[in-house]
Design a binder for this molecule. Sequence first.
Ligand code: FAD
Ligand code: EPU
Length: 338
Amino acid sequence: MEVKHQVSLAEFNTFGLSVHAPLFTEVTTSLALQEVLKDPRFKNALILGGGSNVLLLQNLTRPVIKISIPGIRIIEENEQYAIVSAGAGVVWHDLVMWSIVNNLGGIENLSLIPGLVGAAPIQNIGAYGVELSDVFHNAIGIGRKTGDSKIFETKDCAFGYRDSIFKNELKDEYVITTLRLSLTKSNHKLHLEYGGISKTLDEMGVAAPTIDDVARAVIRIRSEKLPDPTKLGNAGSFFKNPIVLKSKAIKIAKDFPNMPAYTIDENFTKIPAGWLIEQSGFKGKVFGNVGMHKNQALVLVNYGAATGTELWEHAQRVMDAVLSKFDVELEPEVNLIN
Ligand code: FAD
Ligand code: EPU
């Protein structure tokens, strides 16, 4: 096992924050991971994938284990479905592109989500009307305390909106090493209803879309809206879209008749946090080294020289403003790392 000391994490987090880790190692196999987990120096280590959903607040006092387990293959198939197994270190978007090249449907709407496969179940990644849980078959995790491997079926994962058991009861208990997805081999069920996909396909001149067309439409929409983290440090949506009581949503809509909202059920409504933040005056406004992005107010941006603390202070400023204007509490989607 190669262990490095005092490693800059600048290239390992998409905010581009150059905090240091006292110890750093990278694992490319489950066996190597089991060895590292036994090493007392790596107790309490931060497990890092692509670093696209973490805010590193300061220099770490704990070590980092970077997950780089490769490999994509079909492990089982019948006429309709293929079970695809991917290593936790595979780049998520590479898996999406691989599935399209192999004419396997189900994750095309999740094109261009940054990060690695192993982190996908942690917050149940989602976009454009599809969530990981829609195609999840199972995942293999290694217990951090026991070193034993366990298979998690859908029923074990408590998937929700940007949520799973791995963020709650099992937080920091397991490291995901393998993800298996159930993808369609034919008669793909396309999800075109959400977020301007149909309109974009029209603009592209596509009348009878394939999964490849849907992926290209999603890539086009995302590239227009979301800043590229290699050019402008960010971690995507900084907050979750809040789910509020329907009565509260109705109250806000009285003053703001153009408020966008999605019905969850007869009692709850989801309001886009980007709208709440824009209405609170933060969209595109720069505060020193930080701000909420000019095209997407939900994206907290590092304009180059920000620290983790500065970014978090701004996030709190935004949360306070939205709370006082709308009486709605925003909850960070990004994982805060001390
Ligand atoms: P990391 O940031 O490395 O880790 C995230 C968390 O998971 C950490 O707590 C980490 O400890 C834990 N973790 C990582 N790997 C493992 C593992 N193998 N086992 C156990 N725990 C692990 N997300 C969406 O859902 N939808 C979007 O549309 C979306 N768009 C984005 C757009 C941009 C521009 C950016 C920068 C981010 C976006 N995200 C989106 C957020 C992010 O891409 C996802 O959350 C992604 O799954 C994070 O993967 P990662 O490998 O970078 O995780
Ligand atoms: N809006 C504004 N102003 C803004 C941004 C958004 O008014 O600056 C309003 C608009 O009405 C817009 C609505 O919010 O129609 C929704 O915006 P958008 O379609 O951009 O999606 P979102 O709700 O802001 C969510 C996810 C994204 C995901 C997209 C597409 C969350 C927290 N975010 O964003 O995920 O890519 O939908 O499905 O659920 C991420 O998790 O990091 C992420 C980028």
